[in-house]
Ligand binder design. Structure first.
Ligand SMILES: [Zn+2]
Ligand SMILES: [Zn+2]
Length: 178
């Protein structure tokens, strides 16, 4: 039996489970994540999203391994611009960022803030470090991938093959603007 991780927003209204091992445990340094993080941090009561290097911590899970157990009606979609293909979904009860979803993607990038420090899966790599003004400031504890390069895509592809090339839909009612 694969372990089931119980996760939730800061106030506990939104609860979800993620089963098994994640696809990857990363920090994203891309322009979009930094812009979105800076805006999401402005929501009332929100905790910080970006670390001191401007990176956002994510744990990537197959969509079919994530279940929303409670409070799904609090989920609201945030888009960087009206026509943006990707959306970031926030628990509006306490403004906890929950996940980033790329249009058509078969995985969700769950925000690292859903985990406590001692349960957060170990960091494996940083992606899109080429978007930083000075990537040399990053620690060298894990591979710092300049773009979303082959090892990253190979990992995602492997998960999609295992899912039979399906991309389940995640329904979210309503939007959030910041
Ligand atoms: Zn909440
Ligand atoms: Zn990013």
């Amino acid at each position: 039996m694969s372990p089931i991780h119980r996760l939730g927003c800061a106030c506990g209204e939104v609860q979800l489970t993620a089963s098994g091992t994640p696809i990857a445990s990363v920090e994203c340094c891309c322009d979009s994540c930094r812009a979105a993080g800076a805006r999401l941090e402005r929501l009332p009561g929100a905790k910080s999203v970006l670390d001191r290097y401007g990176a956002t911590r994510f744990v990537l899970y197959r969509k079919d391994r994530i279940r929303f157990a409670a409070g799904a009606d609090h989920l609201k979609a945030f888009r960087l611009s009206a026509g943006a293909g990707s959306r970031r979904v926030v628990a509006s009860c306490c403004n906890t960022p929950v996940f980033l979803e790329l249009k058509g993607g078969h995985w969700l990038s769950l925000y690292g803030g859903l985990w406590s420090e001692d349960t957060l899966p170990t960091l494996e790599m940083r992606t899109m470090t080429g978007d930083l003004t000075d990537p040399s400031i990053l620690p060298r504890d894990v591979p710092n991938l300049e773009r979303q390069s082959w090892p990253f895509f190979a990992t995602l592809l492997k998960a999609w093959v295992a899912m039979g090339f399906r991309s389940p839909r995640i329904d979210v009612q309503g939007d959030i603007h910041v």
